[in-house]
Design a protein around this ligand. Structure first.
Ligand code: GTP
Ligand code: MG
Length: 208
């Protein structure tokens, strides 16, 4: 994965034009961490404090290269490489960051809105913390995604924080709450590698 740039506006033109996948979710839900886990590198900046990502950060990813293949899941399965494909990952600020000022919240909202209108956008990885019920901001996001007919993969993050039993129960509850089909909801953890391979395959499916 290669860092392309940090942009204050989401209508920036990228050269070359490639399929794009955007990561969206509440502040601190684990967007930048997940992006790193998917490629097995730590390039996107993460933080325990919400509000770390403040601009549109663009990364170039090559799914056919070794970098995409080094990620192992929790079972350390050998993972076949998908067909070579270059794409951009769009790391974005989180929504619902309570401590951001009014102007900044509006700026973040604008970034997300315009990112969803990008011509080359193939889909969104929408992150939700597996421990929590969707927030009002999550519901707003859901409405926007449905209205825009955006292809969505829901990543339920931080699964390592729950027991296996709790995990299954929460997955079922969230799938019902979000009304998403099973193959669009993926339980993940950047700590254990849970679901990383599955999510990677699903993303490859979005762009191929
Ligand atoms: P903003 O850029 O502020 O919107 O946050 P973000 O959504 O990019 O979250 P980030 O990746 O910076 O992670 C936030 C915090 O959650 C960090 O302390 C991470 O280490 C932690 N975190 C991310 N993924 C996981 C996970 O799978 N398990 C656990 N236990 N912690 C995680
Ligand atoms: Mg971030």
């Amino acid at each position: 994965m290669k860092f392309i740039g940090s942009f204050p506006r989401a209508d920036v033109a990228l050269d070359p034009v490639l399929p794009e996948v955007a990561f969206m979710g509440r502040s601190n839900v684990g967007k930048s961490s997940l992006l790193n886990a998917l490629v097995g590198q730590r390039i996107a900046k993460t933080s325990a404090t919400p509000g770390k990502t403040r601009m549109l950060n663009v990364f170039l990813v090559s799914t056919g290269s070794g970098e995409w293949g080094v990620v192992r899941d929790g079972l350390s399965r050998e993972v076949p490489l998908p067909t070579p494909h270059s794409l951009y990952f769009l790391d974005l600020p989180g929504y619902g960051y309570a401590r951001a000022g009014k102007a900044q919240r509006a700026a973040f909202r604008g970034l997300l809105k315009h990112a969803l209108r990008r011509e080359a956008l193939r889909g969104v990885v929408w992150l939700l913390d597996i421990r929590h019920h969707p927030s009002v901001d999550d519901r707003d996001m859901q409405r926007v995604l449905i209205e825009g007919q955006t292809r969505v993969l829901a990543a339920l993050t931080k699964s390592d924080k729950l027991s296996a039993t709790e995990r299954r129960a929460r997955e079922r509850e969230l799938r019902e709450a979000l009304k998403l089909p099973e193959d669009q909801v993926i339980v993940t953890s950047t700590k254990t590698g849970d679901g990383i391979v599955d999510l990677r395959d699903a993303i490859a499916g979005l762009v191929s």
